[in-house]
Design a binder for this molecule. Sequence first.
Ligand code: UDP
Length: 485
Amino acid sequence: MPSSSSPRQDPYSTKPSRHSPGLEEYTPAGTLDPRSYEVFLGHERIEELERLAAPLRGFRWVHINSAFDGGGVAEMLRSLVPLSRALGLDTRWYRIDGGEEFFSVTKRFHNTLQGLSQPLTEQDLFRGYLDTIEENAARAGRIRADLFVVHDPQPCALVNSGVLEGNILWRCHIDTSTPDPIVWRFLLPYINQTSGAIFTLPRFVGGGIHVPLYQVAPCIDPLAVKNQTCTETEAAGRLEGLFRRDGIDPRRPILAAVSRYDPHKNQATILEAFHLLKKTVSSGPKPYLVFLGNTASDDPEGGAMLERLREQAGGDPDVRFWVNVEDNDRVVGALMRLARGFVHISTKEGFGLVVSEALWQGTPVIGSNAGGIGSQVLDGRTGYLVNPMDVETIADRMRRILERPEEARRLGLQGREHVRANFLLPELLRRHLLLLRYYTGVDASPPAFRLNGKTHSEVIHEHYSRRLFEPGAALPAGEGLAAAP
Ligand code: UDP
């Protein structure tokens, strides 16, 4: 099996390898050796990846999203791309090129698809969104691939542009179960133009999709800098500069929250619960609440949200906001490692990679029962599950973590094991390899994580391919449209 082809280069670096005028292409500098994951998952699971990938050598697999940095999708692609390349696939990663107006519209898509009510005008849809898609398409020329994975709403309409030649899957990372009907109906024709759609959970699937559906959970890369494990002392060492800058006493306990500044991330309620906690903590050293957040290039709302939070904190010396920190990944990992508890109480969440990242560091998580958080935070086993707006319970669970260190340690250890078994990168790759095999005809049957039965076009396609051999054969009875799960 090929190992790293250029071991001195950082496979995670996303420096542009080539600028095509429309879609921008970034290629990782190196590859990630699949065998390095055996230490976490054992020999058999890695061997299975090699076996699945063997007939796919040289096949082109293309990802298209909207940002190379910031947010969970970029985080996963930074690892998935070099790992799959090490297995012989010709994997590429493109980013759609958009301006402020485009990202302001797509951020509203993101919010309204997850149930928020925000204005979107005809001009937003046609000028703000479709014009940018068309410009990207016109400049990109044609891109051929054995399988495209188009991530989230931002590049969604590209599927209909005639630029992408090959099977296309739409990868939806968010919960579209109760979408704004206008935005959803605007996007549906594009989604239904694809060869399939991937969702994190079956219940996230919005109505009206008539293509094959698959379930794939996001995963974290245990070899990525932020997920490498270290001792508490090492973690404190990595944070020393920030502690000194902010006058933080490293002997006091820390509660941490890491995410973009976004209305669904619900940081305001974390702050409220922390203030309630401070009123009731009677013994022991006073805790800090550290928010760590970055601003993603496709997320124009972040700055304003951060300002509102700062105002809400009212200069509380126990609350800190770390924004776009230097050496981000080492700081993220160290903060999660050192924190006594991690808080992630989104009101809507696709998956919440940060939850797995914190659990992987052995830190218990207070998580909301929203979206994919519940599959990571098992109440009383890997942390505590709460209602995202229940300030009193959130404050109570914060107190519990601080006052019962043994219980917190047990939850953290169980959390790490839960992530190891379910949410590490090789599993994400395994599912995609199965999709690649199916869509390139290596496997005749769809993978076991297919969520729906045969779709209309599959039934028709099968019928006519059968007729090539049996002229006049009737359309099979009982096979019809598959309902979304
Ligand atoms: N992240 C980071 N620095 C920050 C804030 C977030 O590196 O200041 C990372 C975080 O560690 C995680 C990703 O960004 O890997 C966020 O993914 P998640 O699925 O939690 O949320 P999303 O932003 O995709 O909604």
